[in-house]
Ligand binder design. Structure first.
Ligand SMILES: [Zn+2]
Length: 218
C-alpha cells in the first residue's frame, strides 16, 4: 500500500499557500504511481494560483514486493524536520536490513528513477554502475574537453537500453547497450565476482562503489 499525507506549500513565486501530496511510500506494483515516479510528477508542485512549477524533494520509500525491491529515497530528508516515514526507517533500519530484499539508498531523483528502470528491466544495478565507470574513464581519456556531470541508464522510447552522458545539464551523448551487447558481456565478465543480488546487503550502489569494486580486482 502506498502511504501519503498532505503538506502546505508556500509558492516561492506568488506566496499563495496550497496543499501538496507527499508520498511516504510508493508501491511499485501500482503502475499509475510508478509512472509518476519515473516522469518526476510525484515531486513536482504546481501552484494553483500562478501555475509556477517547483521541484519538491522529500523522503520516500519505493518498494515492489514482486521484485523484492526497496529503494529509500533520501531527498530533502531533514529539510523542515524529518518526515514520519524518515523517522520510521531510521528507527527500523536494522530490522529492514534483515529482510530478504534488494535494498538501496538513493540521494537524488535521477538515481531513484534509474534504479526503478534498471530493476524493471530485470537487470543488476551493480553491473550497470561498473559499465558506467568504465565509460567514464574512457571518455575522460579520449575526450578530456568533455566535462561529464553524470551518466544514467534510461530506457528509450523504443525500449532501447541507453546510457545517457550528461554535460552542462544536457545529454551530450548516448549509447545503446543492446546494440553493443555490452550488458550481457559485462555480466559474463563481472557477474561471477559478485554475490547474488539478494545476498548483497550493500545499500549504496553508485559510481564510488563501482570504482572500489574495479580497483579490488586483480
Ligand atoms: Zn504561485
Amino acid at each position: 500500500m502506498s502511504e501519503k499525507h498532505r503538506e502546505t506549500i508556500v509558492c516561492p513565486g506568488c506566496g499563495a499557500e496550497s496543499s501538496f501530496t507527499v508520498y511516504d511510500s510508493v508501491d511499485g506494483s501500482n503502475v499509475y504511481l510508478k509512472e509518476k515516479v519515473l516522469d518526476g510528477s510525484l515531486f513536482t508542485f504546481t501552484c494553483p494560483s500562478c501555475g509556477r512549477k517547483e521541484q519538491i524533494s522529500y523522503y520516500m520509500l519505493y518498494y515492489d514486493s514482486g521484485k523484492r525491491l526497496m529503494l529509500s529515497f533520501l531527498g530533502g530528508l531533514d529539510a523542515g524536520g524529518p518526515s514520519p516515514a524518515a523517522v520510521f526507517f531510521r528507527e527500523h533500519g536494522e530490522l529492514l536490513g534483515q529482510l530478504d530484499y534488494i535494498q538501496r539508498i538513493v540521494n537524488d531523483q535521477n538515481s531513484l528513477r534509474e534504479k526503478v528502470m534498471i530493476f524493471e528491466r530485470g537487470w543488476d544495478d551493480r553491473i550497470v554502475e561498473v559499465i558506467k565507470v568504465t565509460y567514464q574513464k574512457k571518455i575522460a581519456e579520449e575526450h578530456p574537453e568533455l566535462k561529464l556531470d553524470a551518466i544514467f541508464y534510461a530506457q528509450g522510447k523504443n525500449k532501447e537500453d541507453l546510457l545517457l552522458f550528461y554535460s552542462g545539464g544536457k545529454v551530450a551523448a548516448a549509447i545503446d547497450l543492446k546494440q553493443n551487447d555490452l550488458y550481457r558481456r559485462a555480466v559474463e565478465l563481472y557477474g561471477p565476482e559478485l554475490p547474488p543480488l539478494l545476498a548483497d546487503k550493500t545499500q549504496g550502489i553508485d559510481g564510488a562503489w563501482a570504482v572500489a569494486f574495479l580497483n579490488k580486482r586483480p
